[in-house]
Design a protein around this ligand. Structure first.
Ligand SMILES: Nc1ncnc2c1ncn2[C@@H]1O[C@H](COP(=O)(O)OP(=O)(O)O)[C@@H](O)[C@H]1O
Ligand SMILES: [Mg+2]
Length: 324
């Protein structure tokens, strides 16, 4: 097998709880709690799960925007876990992020041209002002904006256009891997498809790999080759998108999917209710952390033993004692 573009092994991120009012509850938020994940060059891996289950933290760990508590990350075959910033910098150019809220992530005091050109300058990818302007112009056109937009400010644009600016900024430095952290979640449904299609076109044209985080499963289904389902800091199911949507093996995935409206009435699913909230990642339940909400849980097994992520079919993995 060829080297993956990105490979996480045993990745853990615990955030220390601060001392204070709740000092008796001191401990750690187990945001990411032992994740193995590979992303191949040019592929999209979808990442889904309820809010707070660790998707953004995992994305940031893969890019080393935050330091892991333990575990390792390799990028293009290089272990970047402890690489000093000086040696990480040339690699950083090739791994970018597009955020959910393009407004919060775009500096309001910078023009669109400055925002898009920033990476070009940091990484010394242009040698003159005219070259820089030409690059910015080409990037704006590529994402569906106009060259004269370079002189304007982020607040002058709609949500969809701001996301295009965020994408142009990420593309400027010619990345191979982009973490798309809920890139369309904040947009109107009518705009979502435009941005999703733009990302898909760019991927085809440039051979980009994406980790595509979303809570809308219909969006994930359209963009992903493989899909990982996260629950309380762990990946509980991982499979090709088709296999995962047609025959989910983990009860959590089943419940997530059953809540999604399906256009084809022949295939209308039985709605499985996900009862209760996600438990606190400070004190996750023992055994399988999903067992208190699982309609199939078996006492003496699921509440005691942590189920490992294991192959249930070729290329299809599930962390459930009862999955087959
Ligand atoms: N910087 C931080 N400090 C403390 N806790 C954090 C921090 N970032 C995230 N968390 C916590 O880690 C958990 C996972 O968060 P996050 O990765 O943002 O989840 P998701 O993106 O799936 O909604 C949550 O409980 C969140 O409150
Ligand atoms: Mg998030």
């Amino acid at each position: 097998m060829s080297d993956p573009l990105v490979e996480a092994t045993g990745l853990v991120k615990h955030f220390a709880l601060r001392r204070g009012l709740f000092s008796r509850a001191r401990g750690a938020v187990r945001a990411v709690d032992g994740v193995d994940l590979r992303v191949e060059a040019g592929e999209t891996v979808g990442l889904v799960g309820e809010s707070g289950c660790g998707k953004s933290t995992l994305g940031r760990l893969l890019l080393r925007l935050i330091e892991p508590t333990s575990g390792r990350v390799r990028f293009e075959g290089t272990d970047i876990t402890e690489l000093p910033e000086r040696r990480l910098r040339p690699l950083r150019r090739r791994m970018q992020i597009v955020f959910q809220d393009p407004y919060a992530s775009l500096d309001p005091r910078m023009t669109v041209g400055q925002i898009v050109a920033e990476g070009l300058q940091i990484h010394r990818m242009v040698s003159s002002a005219s070259e820089r302007e030409a690059r910015v112009e080409a990037l704006l056109r590529r994402v569906g904006l106009r060259p004269e937009h370079a002189r304007r400010y982020p607040h002058e644009f709609s949500g969809g256009q701001r996301q295009r600016i965020g994408i142009a900024r990420a593309l400027a430095v010619e990345p191979r891997f982009i973490v798309c952290d809920e890139p369309v979640s904040a947009l109107d449904v009518s705009i979502q498809a435009q941005i999703v299609n733009l990302l898909k076109d760019l991927q085809e044209e440039l051979g980009l790999a994406y980790l595509f985080v979303a809570h809308d499963l219909n969006v994930v289904r359209v963009v992903s080759r493989r899909v990982a389902v996260m629950y309380l800091g762990r990946i509980v199911e991982l499979a090709d998108a088709g296999a995962l949507f047609d025959r989910p093996r983990h009860p959590y995935t089943e419940a997530l999917l059953s809540a999604v409206p399906v256009p084809d009435p022949e295939r209308r699913r039985l709605r499985i209710l996900l009862e209760g909230d996600v438990p606190s990642p400070v004190a996750p339940p023992p055994g399988c952390s999903f067992h208190p909400r699982c309609r199939k849980a078996r006492a003496g097994l699921c509440d005691v033993q942590v189920p490992p992520l294991r192959a249930v079919a070729p290329g299809h993995f599930a962390a459930c004692h009862l999955a087959e």
